[in-house]
Design a protein around this ligand. Structure first.
Ligand SMILES: [Zn+2]
Length: 422
């Protein structure tokens, strides 16, 4: 398939009827009502039949860890299911990881994403190892897979910054190696003061090296874990909200409503993005609860009703933190919709934004380059179902994944038969 392509019988979200979408030199050149008589005479090198599937911009995974992907059960399973045991299992596994091991598992994760229409991913890489091996592998891989997926690499100090003597130096070294963003775990630092100090250090480094910030923040059920307010205050004071995200913020689930309201208004004032990872958090949180067990997800509905940008991440793929996952963003979306009471018809239709446009905003993807519009790069996915509602309901496979007019991947429709009368 060349990058001059005509895609016939495609549907547009929210529109009735069938359309033809023309791509020239990798750019969307024209979108018009489908006319079968003209289509038959097409002079385009390649003609693709979308068979009535809806076209969407590519999916965005706003938060994923390639370095731990596909290590579930190695060298042991996380039997308690807690975040802390997950970190221990992960550290044990990292101790035996090699360059080829990191590489093959990350490639497997990317293959899953490509098959599932993900063309943008923010990848958090643990930088607590002195060798920084995982980071070096991911930075190299990022360049090698540019034709498939845009990767943003975040230096993620899994063991904290202020709680370990060498961690700040390692973090700065990681930044100098060429990461895109800087992360942190203030809620895992030994003290509240250490957590606050780590946030100041992250902002200092981000300012000095011109990086974005994406902090694993308040990923706990502890209603006294209150670091989002510190991040928001720094983002406001330093005018860095547009390049700052907070991931998880599950403690927001457990705050009293008055404090939650204050935090949400600070996030709004800071213009920060929020990344929720519902799959991992629904199983990692609530582990200290007797019944009723908390859901372990941030207040997506309240955040979005304030106009705050919320996007979703897979977070973990078959590792010590979360044992399932394929690369598809639909399970995360499905989980978020259920846990956050977002199943009204308008909610379902707009929910796709959490894995498309909102993710693009979190990742600061140039709006001129993202979206299915004439003049923009032909990065798009064509689904097997005709509209967003059916895609979300069916967790529909991506029929075609197209990037710069090139066909990256296809999934053939499954055929099913029932052999008796209904
Ligand atoms: Zn994470």
């Amino acid at each position: 398939m060349h990058n001059n392509v005509k895609i016939n019988r495609v549907r547009l979200p929210g529109e009735s009827g069938l359309y033809s979408l023309s791509i020239k030199k990798g750019i969307i050149d024209n979108i018009e009502a489908f006319d079968p008589t003209i289509a038959d005479k097409s002079t385009f090198i390649d003609v693709l039949d979308a068979e009535g599937g809806v076209v969407l911009p590519p999916f965005v995974d706003s938060h994923i860890h390639y370095d731990s992907a596909y290590t579930a059960g190695e060298s042991r399973w996380n039997t308690s299911g807690t975040l802390l045991e997950g970190i221990k299992c992960n550290n044990d596994r990292q101790g035996i990881a090699t360059e080829s091991d990191y590489l093959s598992r990350a490639k497997k994760a990317i293959q899953g994403q490509v098959l599932n229409g993900v063309q943008y991913a923010r990848v958090h890489v643990d930088v607590s190892q002195e060798s920084l091996l995982a980071l070096k592998v991911m930075l190299k891989l990022k360049e090698e897979v540019k034709h498939l997926i845009n990767i943003q690499v975040v230096a993620f100090p899994q063991m904290g910054i202020t709680s370990h003597p060498k961690q700040y130096e390692l973090l700065e070294l990681a930044v100098q190696l060429g990461v895109d963003g800087i992360g942190g775990v203030p809620h895992l630092e030994m003290t509240r003061e250490g957590g606050v100090r780590s946030i100041h250090q992250i902002f200092d480094l981000a300012e000095q090296y011109n990086k974005f910030i994406d902090i694993h923040c308040d990923e706990t059920d502890d209603d006294q874990s209150r670091f989002v307010e510190v991040v928001a205050a720094q983002a406001i004071i330093r005018n860095m909200g547009s390049v700052t995200s907070v991931s998880h913020i599950t403690a927001l689930h457990s705050y009293n409503n008055a404090y939650a309201s204050k935090v949400i208004s600070l996030i709004k004032q800071a213009k920060m993005s929020v990344v929720s990872n519902p799959l991992s958090n629904v199983i990692l949180q609530g582990r200290f609860d007797n019944y009723p067990v908390r859901r372990g997800i941030t207040r997506i509905k309240s955040l979005m009703s304030e106009g705050i940008n919320v996007s979703l991440g897979q977070d973990n793929l078959a590792d010590a933190f979360y044992p399932l996952g394929t690369g598809s963003m639909f399970p995360a979306l499905n989980m978020a919709l259920h846990l956050c009471h977002l199943l009204g018809s308008k909610d379902i239709d707009s929910s796709i934004d959490m894995i498309t446009y909102n993710g693009a905003k979190t990742l600061s993807i140039n709006p001129e380059e993202y979206g299915v519009e004439v003049g923009k790069p032909a990065n798009l996915i064509i689904m097997q179902d005709p509209n967003v509602y059916e895609c979300v309901r069916n967790q529909s496979p991506v029929r075609f994944n197209i990037r710069h007019g090139q066909l990256l991947a296809e999934n053939l429709p499954l055929k099913s038969n029932i052999f008796s009368k209904i």
